[in-house]
Design a protein around this ligand. Structure first.
Ligand code: 3PG
Length: 394
């Protein structure tokens, strides 16, 4: 990919705008419940710190509606960065009133800047050039390490990068790592290549499946997605969650898979319950009318494990059952364990799959865990992400 890498920039004493994806999950008390995105941003911050402390870090958090909302403040992330980096992170909450060039001239030693949530300004999501110009004031270099936001044509990702000539902008360590891993899945997958796909919506995954059908051998389906397939095949799905109006999508996946000789595997037994509050569930091969299927059953688990065990490349996105409920997470955990123990190149993406991997303590056993949900899917669909395009141009 024709994009500069941060290590190739001469950053000595220069000012750097660093776009990160610090969109971390927060619990009801407003505490960070998973530090992955912060930790995976550290190599780039530490690299830049070797040459300059004039760093302006910026990110979005959640989806505030274009105006300040304390629920989505990045202040708590600033405190964590201070702790992890051993530098003082000066938190700036009104950088439109306090222009960035002035902040930089006043910046003391051993201090860096973290801007408040970019999405507190509607101009961010509008990809406003005027807003990008404000962010660029007094900045020598632009570095983007926000892989999870690369699919958003937002001001800090697209318009701001476009303002810099090619030799003054670059991707960071995380973006490079993500692209390398996803390229291996998209363009150089060793066969047998199996896709394990779950989650609730066929519509979110149809394009990625249609693209990867060209190179994969097996598609292993779980989660509520599976019931849309089973329903289409005339099998009973009872009261299982089933995304409406997916007939054409399912048909097109099935037809393309058949044409390419790709095998599609669907659950053949199910853990079912009448309510999500059921603490055990019941096993059925055919889902009764008054039950919902909430996890894959033991026979399906064994079958899926065999396919995974024989694969050289695996891409996994989406849980295979209602993973948040202990009674319905057995399938997801069993699949995570099998992928982890298989000698293959494995990539996992999507918040719930990652939560399952972390819960099972298996993160280190995966080839790559993508920090981008939507971004990794769009990349695998074959799209040029706006944030990457903006780093190439100029
Ligand atoms: C993500 O969580 O996938 C990224 O941070 C992007 O967030 P968004 O979907 O709100 O743009």
């Amino acid at each position: 990919m024709n994009i500069n890498f941060v290590e190739n920039l001469d950053l000595e004493g220069k000012s750097v705008f660093l776009r990160l994806d610090l969109n971390v999950p927060l619990n009801e008390k407003g505490e960070i419940s998973d530090f992955t995105r912060i930790e995976r941003s550290l190599p780039t911050i530490k690299h830049i710190l070797k040459f300059t402390n004039k760093i302006v870090i910026a990110s979005h958090l959640g989806r505030p509606k274009g105006k300040p909302d304390p629920k989505y403040s990045l202040e708590v992330v600033g405190a964590k960065l201070t702790e992890l980096l051993n530098v003082e992170v000066a938190f700036v909450d009104d950088y439109v009133k306090a222009p960035i060039d002035q902040l930089l001239t006043r910046l003391g030693k051993n201090r860096i800047i973290l801007l408040e949530n970019l999405r507190f300004y509607a101009q961010e999501t509008e990809n406003s050039t005027e807003f990008a110009m404000k962010l660029a004031k007094g900045i020598d270099f632009f570095v983007n390490d926000a892989f999870g936001a690369m699919h958003r044509a937002h001001a800090s990702v697209a318009a701001l990068a476009e303002r810099f000539p090619k030799e003054r902008k670059a991707m960071g360590f995380l973006v490079r790592e993500e692209i390398r891993a996803l390229d291996q899945i998209r363009d150089h997958a060793q066969t047998p290549f199996s896709i394990v796909i779950g989650g609730s919506k066929v519509s979110d995954k149809v394009t990625v499946l249609l693209n990867l059908i060209n190179t994969c051998n097996n598609i292993v389906v779980g989660g509520a997605m599976a019931y849309a397939f089973l329903k289409q095949m005339g099998k009973p799905v009872g009261r299982s969650l089933c995304e409406p109006n997916t007939e054409r999508m399912v048909q097109s996946i099935l037809a393309n898979a058949q044409a390419r000789k790709v095998s599609i595997y669907l659950p053949e037994d199910h853990v079912c319950a009448k309510s999500l509050d059921d603490s055990k569930g019941k096993m059925f091969e055919s889902i009764p009318d008054d039950y919902m299927a909430l996890d894959i059953g033991p026979r399906t688990i064994e079958r899926y494990k065999n396919i995974i065990g024989a694969s050289k490349t695996i891409f996994w996105n989406g849980p295979l059952g209602v993973f948040e409920k202990p009674a319905f997470r057995r399938g997801t955990i069993a699949i995570a364990e099998k992928i982890a123990e298989t000698d293959c190149f494995s990539v996992a993406g999507g918040g719930d799959s990652i939560a399952a991997i972390n819960l099972a303590g298996l993160a280190k056993k995966f080839g790559h865990i993508s920090t981008g949900g939507g971004a990794s899917l769009e990349y695998l669909e074959g799209k040029t992400l706006p944030g990457l395009r903006a780093l190439m141009n100029g």
